[in-house]
Structures are given as structure tokens and as C-alpha cells.
Design a protein around this ligand. Structure first.
Ligand SMILES: [Zn+2]
Length: 77
């Protein structure tokens, strides 16, 4: 499903990301977003989450707002 909105940018350069998009992408207050501008377009993504131990971005599980990869989780057992 594609969500499309038209939003006016304010004097401080802010825009509002609509509730349906935030809900769809699980974006919550305090989340860090990665903003990229390229060829006349702006792409906004949730910042990549990384394992707190090894910085891996693969097979992550979240626990209390932190991420841990499967491999580190196995080592902790
Ligand atoms: Zn790890």
C-alpha cells in the first residue's frame, strides 16, 4: 500500500508526517529518522537499528528499546 499526502512546510522547515504513515511504519516519538535528498526528491527512513553488542543490522530482536542480533542472543544463553 502506498500512502500519499500533501503537506505544507512551515517557516522552520518542519513538516508533519501523517498519523497513518507513522502507524504504518511504526514511527514513534523519539525515533531517529534518516533524511536523504537526491535528484529533486527527499527520502525519509527510520534510522537503521543495530545490535548493541556487535553493530550487526541482521536478524535483530528488540528488547526495551535496544536491539540485539540472533548471534549475540545465542552467545548470551
Ligand atoms: Zn550482535
Amino acid at each position: 500500500m502506498i500512502y500519499t499526502n500533501f503537506r505544507e512546510i512551515d517557516k522552520a522547515g518542519r513538516i508533519v508526517i501523517s498519523k497513518d504513515i507513522r502507524k504504518h511504519l511504526n514511527i514513534n516519538p523519539g525515533d531517529v529518522l534518516h533524511i536523504e535528498a537526491n535528484d529533486g526528491a527527499i527520502t525519509i527512513k527510520k534510522a537503521e537499528s543495530k545490535c548493541v553488542f556487535c553493530n550487526s543490522v541482521d536478524d535483530l530482536s528488540e528488547f526495551e528499546g535496544k536491539y540485539i542480533c540472533t548471534s549475540c542472543r545465542e552467545k548470551l544463553k
